[in-house]
Design a protein around this ligand. Structure first.
Ligand SMILES: [Zn+2]
Length: 285
C-alpha cells in the first residue's frame, strides 16, 4: 500500500508539474487529465475510476480555445431564506436577483461561459454547489450573499478561504475522492499534506488576487466594511482547484444597506464592478 501511495504521489506530482508547465512531458498536453487511461500503468489503480474531474488540474487552465467559465452561486434559496432584513427582506431574494443580473451582464459581454448554481428560489446543498463548480471546470467561483450583524455594520465584504479551514478541505477532498485513492484524513500523513498543498497553493493565490482586484473595483462605488478582505472556512470555498470568493453584498441588518440592496441601481454598481474585476483578473492571470 505504501508503495502504491508513493507511486501515486510521483505520478500526480509529475503530472501536476507538467500541467503547470514546469516540466515538459512528451505526449501530455497542458490540461491533460493525469488520471486518464493513457498514462495509467496497466492494472494500476491510482485513482477512483468514477472521478469525473481533472486531477490536480491547476485552476484556470481550462482549454485555451474555450471561454473562461464563471460559476455564480446565489447563497441560500428554497427553504433556506438566509439572513432576514430589518424590514423582512430575505437574503435569498437579494442573492438570486444579484446573481442573475451578474450572469446576464457577463453573458451579454460574450466573453464568458456562465453557470449558475441555481436560477430560481430552489434549495441547493453545499456539496452540489461545489460539484457544479468542479464539473463545469470553473475558472472562477463567485458565491453571493448578504450579511447580518449589528445595526451599524454596513457595506460589502469579500471572503477567501482561511488557513484554519485547510484540515476541513483535506477531509472533504479525501471523503469525496477528489484527488487520490489514498487516505488523506490522517493529519500527520506528510504525503497527503503535500498533495493537498500542491492542489491548493495556486488556487489560493488566484482567489486572493481576484479578491483584491474586486475590492479595488468596488472601492469608491459602493460602501465597503472596514477590513473588507476577510477569511473564513465557508464550505463553498473549499474546492482545491477552483479559485473562489464569497461576496457579501452588504448587511440586511442595516436599514440603509437593506433599502439599497433592494434597488437594481445599487446592485448594478456591484455587478458592474464584479464584471470589471473579472475582466482584469482574466487578463492578468
Ligand atoms: Zn448568506
Amino acid at each position: 500500500m505504501y508503495r502504491l501511495i508513493l507511486i501515486s504521489f510521483a505520478m500526480v506530482l509529475f503530472g501536476a508539474l507538467d500541467a503547470w508547465g514546469a516540466v515538459p512531458v512528451p505526449n501530455l498536453k497542458p490540461g491533460t487529465e493525469i488520471a486518464s487511461p493513457s498514462v495509467r500503468a496497466p492494472g494500476a489503480r491510482y485513482f477512483q475510476a468514477e472521478i469525473p474531474y481533472p486531477v490536480l488540474k491547476p485552476a484556470g487552465s481550462s482549454l485555451q480555445h474555450q471561454k473562461p467559465v464563471i460559476v455564480i452561486d446565489p447563497g441560500h434559496g428554497g427553504t433556506d431564506p438566509g439572513a432576514i432584513g430589518v424590514r423582512g427582506t430575505h437574503e435569498k431574494t437579494i442573492t438570486t436577483k444579484a446573481a442573475n443580473e451578474l450572469a446576464n451582464r457577463l453573458r451579454k459581454s460574450g466573453r464568458y461561459k456562465v453557470i449558475l448554481t441555481r436560477t430560481d428560489d430552489s434549495y441547493v446543498d453545499h456539496d452540489d454547489r461545489l460539484r457544479i463548480a468542479r464539473k463545469g471546470q470553473a475558472d472562477l467561483f463567485i458565491s453571493i450573499h448578504a450579511d447580518s450583524a449589528g445595526k451599524s455594520a454596513k457595506g460589502a465584504t469579500v471572503y477567501t478561504l482561511a488557513d484554519r479551514a485547510k484540515g476541513r478541505q483535506k477531509r472533504i477532498v479525501n471523503n469525496q475522492n477528489w484527488i487520490l485513492d489514498v487516505d488523506l484524513s490522517a493529519q500527520s500523513d506528510p504525503v497527503g499534506d503535500i498533495l493537498v498543498d500542491l492542489a491548493t497553493r495556486k488556487t489560493e493565490s488566484q482567489s486572493d488576487a481576484f479578491a483584491e482586484i474586486l475590492l479595488n473595483e468596488l472601492s469608491g462605488k459602493v460602501d465597503l466594511i472596514g477590513n473588507s478582505h476577510r477569511r473564513a472556512g465557508y464550505y463553498v470555498l473549499l474546492a482545491p482547484d477552483v479559485p473562489a470568493i464569497l461576496l457579501e453584498l452588504g448587511y440586511l441588518s442595516n436599514s440603509e444597506d437593506e433599502r439599497r440592496l433592494q434597488t437594481k441601481a445599487y446592485r448594478d454598481k456591484i455587478t458592474s464592478s464584479v464584471e470589471r474585476a473579472i475582466d482584469i483578473y482574466m487578463s492578468q492571470r
